[in-house]
Design a protein around this ligand. Structure first.
Ligand SMILES: Cc1cc2nc3c(=O)[nH]c(=O)nc-3n(C[C@H](O)[C@H](O)[C@H](O)COP(=O)(O)OP(=O)(O)OC[C@H]3O[C@@H](n4cnc5c(N)ncnc54)[C@H](O)[C@@H]3O)c2cc1C
Length: 123
């Protein structure tokens, strides 16, 4: 996104679909756990980022992907087709039963981790 903001692709129309209006800078996550930052300090505002990259932000959850048709379907049934689709949905940490019993938290999805941190009064 930053490269596209600096060096736009002529004629290309860009869309970003994210179920959240912000992205979290994972490298700073340990700092939240340590109490150096508040959760909102490590959030990147996607609307501002998209505006800089002349990209349209759609805050929505992707429910399906059709590689043959090069399209994605959103949770509300809308479909987006594109020449190129880049998928960056992150990882999900398995929530092992022993995690639930002990003091450990799964880090991904990061939004869930931050919510759990807030509940533990870590941030
Ligand atoms: C503590 C920590 C430190 C790290 N440090 C580094 C580092 O120094 N350098 C490095 O290269 N990597 C680092 N990483 C790894 C890095 O965070 C991941 O590799 C990177 O975040 C993966 O990018 P991503 O965009 O795929 O996923 P994420 O950053 O997890 O983003 C996924 C996004 O997709 C959205 N999403 C998920 N499912 C859907 C859906 N169905 N529809 C719409 N949106 C959806 C989520 O809301 C989220 O915004 C670190 C990770 C951690 C936990």
């Amino acid at each position: 996104m930053r490269r596209l903001a600096r060096d736009p692709l002529p004629g290309a129309r860009l869309s970003l679909i994210s179920k959240s209006a912000h992205a979290i800078y994972s490298g700073t996550l340990p700092g939240v756990g340590a109490g150096h930052y508040a959760a909102q300090d490590i959030c990147i505002d996607l609307e501002t980022l998209c505006r800089a990259a002349t990209c349209t932000l759609h805050v929505a959850e992707i429910a399906g992907l059709d590689a043959g048709r090069r399209s994605v379907t959103l949770g509300d049934g809308r479909t987006f087709a594109a020449d190129v689709i880049s998928i960056n949905v992150g990882a999900v940490t398995p929530q092992a039963p022993e995690f639930a019993r002990g003091p450990a938290l799964g880090v991904k999805p990061i939004d869930d981790f931050l919510r759990a941190c807030r509940n533990c009064s870590m941030s």
